[in-house]
Design a protein around this ligand. Structure first.
Ligand code: PLP
Length: 363
């Protein structure tokens, strides 16, 4: 049996009638940018996240970038980022003109280690970005406390964590603002690119709304040098339909995660660590082992597709050569990158497929 890593066609087939109707509704409306669908989605996603405001944008990277700009952060400023994350977290800071300052993760949760943040803060630090990596909420209360003391902002990168909860609260409400991605493979995914910011800060929401639409509040009247980064009507219509399924899809991911725990507890694989205050949404199920490459090869021979998230940490990417980091600069992160392997997980994975993964991995 062949087990794909991620199957994007099945969620479409599961919701075919609704998504096809959404497509026809938008096409026949004759309105494709900044219309009713985006408005409805923003309001529904805000209430799903239990936050006051949501603004749709073109993708997750822009969501983070525009939040940083809207807070007035730029040239000469520093923003603390996890050393262990997808590169978009860093790029958002760079694109605003500021410098990403990496902080190592906790070696069990893989999320930013709040105990290491204070020593990275300088008089230039304006914000801390926490990433809820793999759908596991980061320990935001500890970060908020540090941020409050230093009067800096906390921004959540929630691109992998739609619907996750931290101490009962939804991600997207835990800091000053949050960026989400609706890239097709995320827990809530569009049929193309999409993103959004959520916040309880009306001023921030308003600034992002202006920034993402040419810096314009009224058509052809431009207050600032803005961008074109809007969520379009088609994607918003698809997202409205898929949002209705998100909790159900997340709980199917959770059921698969518990199958994997049952199968591999006590094995040589390091399984994901879930603190008691976390209610994760299992964007990825990431195991660790020093023999990662051999395991991946054997699984592939058995027909089980796996992916490494991520093979090269941001500080060792050519794109960040200018920051001058070398191998050994962030050892915890590097070791994680060398040992992690993501197993197939997703709402449409069948029990037979899960059993095939378990069998192949046992062998
Ligand atoms: C996907 C992702 C992003 C970027 O989202 P895009 O919509 O692809 O721009 C940012 N941060 C993390 C952690 C992500 O996984």
């Amino acid at each position: 049996m062949k087990v794909p890593f991620c199957d994007l066609k099945s969620p479409y087939l599961e919701l075919k009638d609704e998504l096809d109707a959404a497509y026809h509704r938008v096409m026949e409306s004759g309105r494709y940018i900044l219309g009713k669908e985006v408005e409805v989605f923003e309001s529904e996603f805000a209430s799903y996240c239990e936050t006051n405001y949501c603004v749709g944008v073109a993708n997750g990277l822009d969501a983070l970038h525009l939040i940083i700009r809207a807070f007035g952060i730029g040239q000469g400023d520093e923003v603390i980022v996890p050393s262990n994350t997808f590169i978009a977290t860093w790029l958002a800071v760079s694109h605003a003109g500021a410098t990403p300052i990496p902080v190592e993760p906790d070696e069990h949760t893989y999320n930013i280690d709040s105990k290491r943040i204070e020593s990275a803060i300088t008089h230039r630090t304006k914000a801390i970005i926490v990433v809820h990596l793999y759908g596991q909420p980061a320990d935001v209360d500890a970060v908020n406390e540090i941020a409050k003391k230093h009067k800096i902002k906390v921004i959540e990168d929630a691109a992998q964590a739609h619907g996750a909860r931290y101490k009962g609260r939804r991600v997207g409400t835990l800091g000053d603002a949050a960026g989400f991605s609706f890239y097709p493979g995320k827990n809530l995914g569009a049929a193309g690119d999409g993103g959004a910011i959520t916040t309880n800060d009306p001023e921030l929401a308003d600034k992002v709304r202006v920034l993402c639409n040419y810096g314009s509040r009224n058509k052809y009247c431009n207050d600032i040098k803005g961008f074109n980064s809007r969520l379009d009507e088609l994607q918003a219509a698809f997202l409205c339909e898929k949002l209705k399924k998100l909790d159900e899809w997340n709980s199917r991911r959770k059921a698969i995660a518990s199958e994997y725990y049952k199968a591999f507890l006590g094995s040589e694989l390091t399984l994901p660590y879930v603190p008691e205050w976390a209610d994760p949404v299992w964007h990825l199920f990431v195991v660790r082992n020093p023999q990662r490459d051999q395991i991946q090869k054997k699984l592939s021979e058995a027909g089980v597709a796996t992916i490494i998230h991520y093979p090269i940490p941001p500080h060792l990417q050519e794109a960040y050569f200018d920051l001058g980091y070398i191998v050994g600069s962030f050892k915890v992160s590097e070791q994680i990158h060398n040992e992690v392997l993501s197993l197939p997980i997703g709402p449409q994975l069948t029990s037979a497929e899960v059993a095939a993964v378990v069998r192949a991995l046992r062998q």
